[in-house]
Ligand binder design. Structure first.
Ligand code: NAD
Length: 557
């Protein structure tokens, strides 16, 4: 086992003298090559007879697997097929995911993963990842040790706020599995090091509680001190069992998400993707949109619909970016306005505001309706992070479009069914003038003789790359400045040909190349800010590249 603080591709950890033989080799998804095992390997590794005689190179296997995938009609069937492939042969799975990311990512992540989570109980085939139950309290270290590999990267959820679908309890496992697959495909983090974890502290979803086939513990959610103590034991156990492991909090309910981040961000190597990753990708979109409109970031007025993890996370990072342009913190905060479920966030509104909303309660008369808020605030950008489907209706968008030459519309709620407006609606109601990004992918839109390939403000541009940078540099903690530099680096990768088709993000086809640039920027920052005691390599980019996983078969014999 390599030193737990060193991030190196685990060839020696999985191969070499420990290489399993025969059926055990075929059943090891990280090492299996299926019909691609050579004659020499079949002879010396006890594989004769266990495989059909004809040998197929990986390109042929890809063709066959893609053909099988494309024959399936429903996205959920494609999800199940891909999950099966991942269980059998991870190298082939990642080859397909990496080379066909735009086709396959929506099948293993949003929007299909939403459906997969809803039906996780019935599509569950083989275990993947760890379930930690509240009943395991006092024993979490032991359970973590049951994982057969050495984890350096954990994505953990407690299933309380799965995408925009709400509390799915233990069914949320699809999320950490999907996110980790994206780490490996988009930033080359070796799947060997990745551990998906679902914390089952119960669910308040009545439908699940009544469902006799629900796979989680059929009990109400544990909250308050008992929950906090359980999470404390979990975070500490991770430090003991996998020292230096990067911990990504994912799809926790609003209160616990902020609380966990506040409690642990300066103590252990962790971040919350819904807050910080979203902030970074949205900020990158705003940076490239303002470059197109020829205005400064600090000159924007952003009106958010939804003041939760995503919304206030974006506003906090925007504040940091606007301060870099010279605004005071107070003035930077004043660029960000919010409408939440109670209306426009203003001073003296009457409700007790949680700390993440407080900095954005400005002096203004109360307004309930979002369209009226658009008319009154006159934003340059509207960002939907409310989980409220079609909240950017024709009235909202037309009101906004009447005020701005190039209205910036980010409709970020996931999955597609929850999006505040569709790409088609946004282009239609703004006569093709808007700069649009969405959380889930939309098909290209043809409007007035022009084709818009709408951009997806997908966190996948950020979290795998930030994670890789943190892992390679062995940074002790993950800072907001890393997410700021990640946003700036991502925005700098947007090319004229992207802008030409309406994208404020680089094409997904370049994601590995873009991820390397972001990882390098993050790692450089870790050294610059003294967040690591690792000696600085002479060439950080070469170091990052050398540590990335590529989905190619190893030669065993
Ligand atoms: P959250 O629960 O923390 O916040 C939701 C917010 O929406 C709350 O402030 C709530 O008051 C507000 N809200 C609810 N109903 C409303 C209504 N009728 N009118 C106005 N506001 C209302 O959730 P979150 O983590 O902030 O995520 C919100 C949405 O953003 C989800 O759909 C999620 O999928 C999406 N999201 C997208 C991305 C991305 O595209 N990159 C990333 C993260 C989250």
């Amino acid at each position: 086992m390599p030193n737990s603080r060193t991030y190196v591709p685990p060839i020696s950890a999985t191969g070499g003298s420990h290489l399993p033989r025969g059926a055990a080799l075929i059943n090891n998804s990280l090492l299996n090559k299926g019909t691609a095992f050579t004659d020499a390997e079949r002879d010396s590794l006890g594989l004769r007879g266990l495989l059909p005689p004809r040998i197929f190179p990986m390109e042929e296997q890809v063709k066959r697997a893609l053909g099988n995938l494309r024959r399936k009609g429903e996205p959920l069937d494609k999800y199940i097929f891909l999950a099966g492939l991942q269980q059998r042969n991870e190298t082939l799975f990642y080859r397909i995911l990496t080379d066909h990311l735009e086709e396959v990512m929506p099948l293993i992540y949003t929007p299909t993963v939403g459906q997969a989570c809803l039906e996780y109980g019935s599509i569950y085939r083989r275990p993947r990842g760890l379930f930690l139950s509240i009943e395991d309290r006092g024993n979490i270290r032991e359970v973590l040790r049951h994982w057969p590999q050495h984890a350096r990267l954990i994505v953990v959820t407690d299933g309380e706020r799965i995408l925009g679908l709400g509390d799915l309890g233990a069914l949320g496992m699809g999320i950490p599995i999907g996110k980790l697959a994206l780490y490996s495909a988009c930033a080359g983090v070796h799947p060997y090091y990745c551990l998906p974890i679902t914390i089952d502290v119960g669910t308040d979803n009545e439908k699940l509680l009544q469902d006799p086939l629900y796979i989680g513990a059929p009990r109400k959610r544990v909250r308050g001190e008992e929950y906090d103590a359980f999470m404390k034991e979990f975070v500490e156990a991770v430090q003991d069992v996998y020292p230096g492991c990067l911990l990504q909090f994912e799809d926790f309910g609003n209160h616990n998400a902020f609380n966990l981040l506040r409690t642990y961000r300066d103590k252990v190597c962790c971040f919350n993707d819904d807050i910080q990753g979203t902030a970074s990708v949205a900020l990158a979109g705003l940076i490239s949109a303002t470059r197109i409109t020829g205005t400064k970031l600090s000159a924007q007025k952003i009106l958010f619909l939804g003041a939760g993890e995503a919304g206030t996370g974006i506003a906090d990072l925007f504040t940091a970016a606007a301060m870099q342009e010279g605004l005071s913190e107070a003035d930077a905060r004043k660029c960000c306005w919010f409408v939440d479920s109670k209306g426009l966030l203003v001073k003296g509104r009457g409700d007790k505001l949680p700390s993440h909303k407080e900095p954005y309660a400005h002096d203004h008369p109360q307004i309930k309706d979002f369209a009226e808020a658009v008319a009154a605030i006159k934003p340059t950008a509207i960002i939907g992070v409310s989980g409220q489907a079609r909240a950017f209706d024709e009235k909202v968008v037309r009101t906004f479009a009447a005020q701005q030459k190039q209205p910036i519309i980010f409709s970020l709620s996931n999955p597609t069914s929850k999006s505040e407006c569709t790409a088609e609606e946004a282009y239609k109601w703004t006569e093709g003038r808007c700069l649009f990004a969405s959380g889930s992918p939309f098909p290209a839109v043809d409007f007035n003789g022009k084709r818009y390939q709408t951009g997806q403000g997908n966190n996948v541009y950020i979290f795998p790359a930030v994670g890789l940078g943190v892992m390679v540099s062995q940074a002790r903690i993950v800072t907001d400045s890393m997410f700021l530099i990640a946003a700036q680096t991502l925005a700098a990768e947007v090319r004229p040909e992207d802008v030409e088709v309406g994208r404020v993000y680089p094409s997904l086809s370049r994601i590995r190349e873009v991820s390397i640039k972001i990882a390098v920027a993050v790692a450089e920052l870790a050294w610059k800010e003294g967040l690591t005691s690792l000696p600085r390599p002479a060439d950080i980019a070469a170091d990052v590249r050398s540590k990335m996983f590529s989905p190619v078969y190893q030669t065993y014999v």
